[in-house]
Design a protein around this ligand. Structure first.
Ligand code: IMP
Length: 184
């Protein structure tokens, strides 16, 4: 199995250097915003892992880190909005400030579920940092307090985001102008 089977026709949308710079800026903004607060940064699995690792290393606060996972029913390239918790956070967050970190907000349905879940756990505040956002696809309104990049309605891969569970390990974000390759 070779990488080119999956990267055939893939165009760079956001280069490694641009991602790096944005992570530094977001890290500084988050540090300023939460100075003196008890912040828990919660990553949304699995697509967030490279962004999460790069982002938190630019936050100059004694944050706690945790992760949450959901499975959603839908096609390979779209969420249905029917979301189920598959992996919960491991520590109490009542009266804490929470920052949910996401790879991409598309329809917003997953994020709405995560926001509701965190509020139910008694968080003092819940805010969102998302590397990417596709505003043209939104089905429910979502305020992204710390946005990375806005993208058009492309199916994107790389830097955590997958095509059939592959390509999460790319160092850049790409898209397929002709549509993604067929998978067996
Ligand atoms: P939403 O519920 O429609 O906002 O979808 C959120 C989740 O769908 C993201 O966390 C991703 O896992 C996945 N997703 C949405 N758009 C893309 C994409 O273009 N590429 C890869 N995954 C995506």
């Amino acid at each position: 199995m070779i990488l080119e089977t999956y990267t055939k026709g893939l165009q760079t949308l956001i280069a490694e250097e641009e991602i790096k710079t944005r992570c530094e800026i977001l890290g500084k903004e988050i540090t300023e915003h939460y100075k003196g607060k008890d912040l828990v940064v919660i990553g949304f699995l699995k697509g967030v892992f490279p962004f999460f690792a790069d982002l938190v290393r630019h936050i100059g606060l004694p944050i706690r880190c945790d992760f949450i996972g959901v499975s959603s029913y839908g096609s390979r390239t779209a969420t249905s909005g029917v979301v189920r918790l598959t992996s919960d956070i491991t520590q109490p967050v009542n009266n804490c400030e929470i920052l949910i970190v996401e790879d991409i907000v598309d329809t917003g349905l997953t994020m709405k579920y995560l926001l509701d879940t965190m509020k139910m756990k008694g968080a003092a505040s819940v805010e969102i940092c998302s590397l990417l956002s596709k505003p043209s696809r939104r089905k429910v309104p979502v305020t992204i307090h710390f946005p990375g990049f806005e993208v058009d309605d492309h199916f994107v891969v790389g830097y955590g985001m997958d095509w059939g569970e592959r390509l999460r390990n790319l160092r850049y974000i790409g898209y397929y102008p002709e549509g993604p390759p067929e998978l067996e």
